[in-house]
Structures are given as C-alpha cells and as structure tokens.
Design a protein. Structure first.
Length: 315
C-alpha cells in the first residue's frame, strides 16, 4: 500500500484540506501518515510515524502551507527524494502547485499518475563535521552590529578573491529570485545548472555577483567570526580561520507539477513582480481563459462609453 506523508504549516488553518486528503485516500486505498510531533493537528484516519522514521516511511508528500512549508518538506526528504505536492495555504507561492479548492482534482490526478516531476537542486553545505542542505540560499552573515562579513572565495581550489560586506549570499536557481535578487544579484533560469554568489552592501573586495557552474567546488574561508544560515533555518557560527565547502546537489528534491502551463504563468507573474514588467497584452495571457474574453471586451468598449472630452465615471 502506498503511504502519503503530510508536512504541515505550524499555524495555518488546514483542517478542511486534511479531511479531503483522508477521504480521498480512503477511496483509493492509500495510507496517510504524519509525524508524531503533529499528533494534535491531524484527524482520525491519519497514522502517526515517529519523526526520525518518517522520511523512510513515506512514498510521497503533501505539504500544506506555503513555499516555506515546501522548502521544509524538501529538506526533510533530501536523503530520499519522493514526489512532493504543495497545497497553497499562504500567499503567492511558486513551489506550491494547487490551492485548497483545487485539491480534490489534484488528488484524483495523482492517483491516476497524471503528473510530472520537476527536479530541484540543493546546496550541500559542509561546516566541519556537519552537513546541511539549502534549496534557496546560504547566507554568510555578521555576528553583531558594527561587524562585517570577511571571507575568502575559493573555486575548484583556486583563490578568486575576498569579500568584505554586510553578508554574502550563495543561491540556487530557485533561490536566485529571493534574497539574492533583493541584493542586486541576477535571476538564474530554473533549468540552469549553476549557482550565484552575491555580496550584500560590499565595502571592498569582490563587489559584483559571480555566477558559478553547477559542478564547481566552492569554499569560503572565514577571516573573521561569521554565521552561516541555510534557507533561514537558523544561523550557526563559523570561527575565524574555519572554512565551509558547498556543492550543488542536482535532483535533490522532486516537486509535483500538474500543469506545466499554469506553472509557466506563475513564473511569469513572479518575474513581473521582480521589476521585470510585462506589457498589458502579456499580462492578459495570465488571466484564466474564461475571464480573459470579458476583460478584453471591457477594454475595447471602455472608450465608447463616454463622449469625447467627458471624464470617466469613477463612482
């Protein structure tokens, strides 16, 4: 029997979606499971698995929340990637695939195998004996006010230079539209096998973003006390003289896509929100077809609704 695991946002109201999933699973003879730590949030019909055993005990994941919940599910399953469907209980999301209202149809398509898998790369970070994985970015930051982030950059054992900045970001293509973009870094194509290093408020040293190949071996050597934060999960210290190494890990996560066209439209919306504006005719293409005709008709008729020189009715 197939087991579908649940990864839940800690505070969002998701009860209705949970009931739909349990009902659909019962009809399709699918087992639904959650982590023991979520016991108080799941309804009857959901089996509980000890947190440590959860990644090995599921064949797929439904993540209920937003992109942050999706990232958490991807990190959770990084050692054993399985298909992950994101249900958007947040704001505008780009990793999540469906809204709660579209969940019944999505579950039917999953049961029928009518979906595709989008592979996502992660950053495998080695800090001493510890290994972490990030799907957006890792941020090397200051340890306190008035301090700077001082690091040397080495690529494939060749010393490229140093950074003195408020922070230094290393981002994946997925994360290139997040903190990296806010700091002036470029947007990388989701299909690219690459990473980008971007300084935040650089003072000296390398002052521009650097795009690296996905097979490059990257090291940062601390020349002062630093912190390292993967995907905003919590900063860990990096002592002066220590180093961290990073490698792009391809196919580290499997994200379920039900409609490549809808995802492409969301990507275009994302770019338009990132100061890469679309023309009105391009924006119109993002509106669902059943509404598009009404909008187009309203635009065409609007100038004929008033006489020349007459102000529009703004009531």
């Amino acid at each position: 029997m197939i087991t579908v695991g649940l990864v839940l946002h800690p505070t969002k109201p998701i009860d209705q979606s949970l009931r739909l999933i349990v009902s659909s699973a019962r009809d399709d003879a699918v087992r639904v499971a959650a982590r023991e730590s979520d016991r108080s949030r799941v309804p009857d019909g959901v089996d509980l698995i000890p947190d440590a055993e959860f990644p090995d005990g599921v064949d797929g994941i439904v993540a209920l929340g937003g992109d942050g919940t999706m990232l958490g599910a991807m990190r959770l399953m990084v050692e054993r990637p399985v298909p992950i469907l994101g249900v958007n209980h947040g704001n505008l999301g780009f990793l999540v695939e469906v809204t709660p209202s579209g969940l019944p149809a999505a579950l039917s398509r999953l049961a029928a195998g009518e979906y595709t898998i989008e592979q996502h790369a992660g950053l495998e970070v080695h800090i001493g004996a510890a290994t972490r994985c990030a799907f957006n970015e890792i941020v090397l930051g200051r340890t306190g006010p008035g301090r700077t982030t001082d690091v040397d950059l080495t690529v494939n054992e060749v010393h490229y230079g140093y950074y003195r900045a408020d922070a230094v970001i290393l981002a994946t293509p997925t994360g290139s539209t997040a903190y990296n973009y806010s700091a002036g870094g470029p947007v990388l194509s989701p299909s690219s096998h690459a990473m980008v290093v971007t300084p935040v408020a650089p003072m000296s040293g390398i002052s521009r973003p650097v795009v690296l190949g996905g097979d490059d071996r990257v090291s940062f050597h601390a020349t002062g006390m630093l912190t390292v934060d993967p995907d905003g999960t919590g900063a860990v210290p990096l002592a002066e003289g220590d180093a961290l190494t990073v490698a792009l890990r391809p196919d580290a996560a499997q994200v379920v896509r039900l409609s490549p066209r809808d995802y492409a439209n969301r990507s275009r919306v994302r770019l338009s929100l990132l100061d890469l504006p679309l023309r009105p005719d391009q924006l119109l293409e993002l509106i669902p077809l059943e509404l598009r005709r009404n909008v187009a008709a309203a635009v065409e008729e609007a100038p004929q609704d008033r006489r020349p020189g007459e102000e529009p009715d703004r009531r």
